[in-house]
Design a protein around this ligand. Structure first.
Ligand code: GRF
Length: 224
């Protein structure tokens, strides 16, 4: 299937979710799918962390969930691990890979296997503050607004075409924890909307620009 050929997809549209931690974005997406707000089914959840709560949360919902050892590196998957991830996702016939707190950078063969079909959520208004602890970077920099971004994944770090963004004001008495908490809440609103738009083939990608065909957009809470 050609990248971004959103009409030639499985029915139902199948999601593969990858996460390393808590899984609160996974829950937001699973709840939205169960309620019919995302026309898709979560086919598989994969993690590089054996004890990650995202795996037990998936199993509690009868969603297939698997730990795949990441191998010898700290920030990426080794070759065997990458092959195992790709194999599991292809076996599950996923249309879209949803990164939900997956803490390893995806490289060449993985990206080639699912070109244009991987999305991520990042806790800042990209291109500001890519990388780790983006909420802390925003606070330290003194910006007055930050937020979260859903974007396609390419070979750069937090660099692919932007699908949607949601704004979170920075308050004078914010601590990193408080700001992070409000960004997290915005993520739970934004991510399901963006995944739903993709599952409905409601977006068109031209270079770096992702246009929402219905004219809706995801920018501020309640905008879609
Ligand atoms: C989110 O803050 C997301 O922006 C980042 O990882 C975190 C995952 O949180 N990429 P959770 O596991 O979904 O609760």
């Amino acid at each position: 299937m050609a990248p971004n050929d959103w009409n030639a997809v499985n029915n139902p549209f199948k999601l593969g979710v990858l996460g390393s931690g808590k899984g609160s974005n996974f829950i937001a997406i699973a709840d939205a799918a169960a309620a019919g707000r995302i026309p898709a089914q979560i086919a598989i959840v994969l993690s590089d962390v054996e004890v990650a709560p995202i795996l037990s949360l998936a199993r509690a919902r009868n969603i297939p969930a698997q730990f795949i050892p990441p191998g010898k590196f700290r920030t990426k998957l080794d070759e065997d691990s990458e092959r195992a991830f790709v194999h599991a996702l292809q076996e599950a016939k996923v249309d879209l890979i949803v990164l939900a707190g997956f803490m390893r950078v995806l490289k060449g063969d993985f990206l080639r296997a699912f070109e244009g079909r991987i999305v991520n959520i990042h806790p800042s208004l990209l291109p500001s503050f890519p990388g780790l602890e983006a909420w802390k970077q925003a606070l330290d920099h003194g910006v007055k607004v930050t937020g979260c971004t859903v974007h396609f994944v390419d070979a750069g770090v937090d660099a692919g075409p932007i699908i949607g963004q949601e704004i979170v004001p920075v308050l004078d008495d914010d601590t990193p924890e408080r700001l992070h908490q409000r960004i997290h809440a915005a993520e739970h609103d934004l991510y399901p909307k963006c995944v739903a738009a993709i599952a409905r083939a409601d977006i068109a990608v031209t270079g770096r620009r992702v246009l929402w065909k219905t004219g809706h957009n995801a920018t501020v809470p309640g905008s879609t």
